[in-house]
Design a protein around this ligand. Sequence first.
Ligand SMILES: Cc1ncc(COP(=O)(O)O)c(C=O)c1O
Length: 493
Amino acid sequence: MRSSNDNSPFRDPVDVHESLDPNDWPALRAQGHRMLDDMFDYIQDIRQRPVWQPAPATAHEAFRQPLPRHGIGLAELHDTFLRDIVPYSVGNAHPGFMGWVHGGGTAVGMLAEMLAAGLNANVGGRSQMPVEVERQVTRWMAKLFGFPATASGLFVTGTSMANLIGVLIARVSALGTGVRSGGVAAGGARLVAYTSSAAHGCIAQAMDLAGLGTQRLRVIGVNDNFEFDIAELERAIESDRRDGLQPFFVAATVGTVDVGAIDDLQAVADIAQRHGLWFHVDGAYGALAMFSPTLAPRLAGIERADSLAFDFHKWGQVPYDAGFVLVRDAALQLQTFASPASYLRREARGLAAGSPWPCDLGPDLSRSFRALKVWFTLKAFGIDRIGKVIERTCELAQYLARRIEAHSELELLVPVALNIVCFRYRCAQPDRVNADIVASLHESGVAAPSTTTVHGQLAIRAAIVNHRTSQQDVDQLLSAVLALGTDRVDKAA
Ligand SMILES: Cc1ncc(COP(=O)(O)O)c(C=O)c1O
């Protein structure tokens, strides 16, 4: 990497001042290699660890110390990391982790993240290759989801932010760019949005943050499979129109957070088209089912979305965080966010070329190089292999459901649509007992499902997302639930 050419204009500095670079590069290299090896060990030996364990007081103590005036050695800091942080993290890299919807990450993604951090590119804009990497991922996603090649895309923290961006663009689509200066109240517009009762809470939050108000979100019922009730959606739109409101946005979900249901996207798209609504799809984890030729047909209609939100950090197994929003009408996304400023002036050449910049497509100006770990992951594994991982998590969920149905002590609460299994231990006071079983499971370190409420009942919810999860992990979850359930029932008797 170093230039040996004495005539090079890129010479070593003659003015050696106090920068934050090390005085002893070889020592830093040796320490860095140890740190890298430790993280490889962590991933390689993850099965030998508990999924999760509570942090002792001594670990908390390490993070109650005053702001340091003077630095200490990297080796000592790393020791603290290994001792007081690593064992007490959430545990989603572990194959026994089945809570919420968390991806497992990969060593490839970790390495790419290290490279991105070393490069330290601010990917808000400017003429640089990291922006091109993001643009390539955008083109790939446009092709994958059947969007036009002119679609725009943006990396964001996660689907919560991507959904908010969808709502904000839809708002401009409905009211024009004047809403950016005048606000929603100015024109007296009475915008109203629609989603299903199975949608994630961040859709309502997006209405709140966009200044539209959660009361202007109609929460439509679901059918027996937890899918959007299409007839009720249409009735609600018609009723709101009669009341002088302005229906403008509908969000369908691919992979609902509680049970993994997939809304009938064609039907929602038809209604959106008929009534002139913006059609948004929240595909937080489910959209990447598109990587699997077997599952992709179930997402039919996704290509009709005006905007699509999803995460690479869930089923895509990219390390956190890597949310993404794909928008059919690039001009509209630009009109929603671009905020010219003299200090962000664009040029036809030089570093300030290459407009529009990513900062013109969303609220963030400073942005990390999220695209690199996604690009590395997609290139290193290929989408067929990730698609197989996704299929296998669904097969494991079906396996778990079959095993649950074979045990009279257990009850499957919802048919399994994708990779999420909601079940419970049958007993008196099932809500209390099942919550207690899950907390004990967490503390055992054997498995980490989460809980939710379905049909008004507390469910143990196993979301199999991690590529490391195997049949053995599913068996261990089930044995532990049965043992804990029997123990609770025996104690109550
Ligand atoms: C359907 C759905 N939408 C949105 C979200 C929020 O995504 P994020 O946590 O990446 O913001 C989730 C998270 O699990 C989800 O399942």
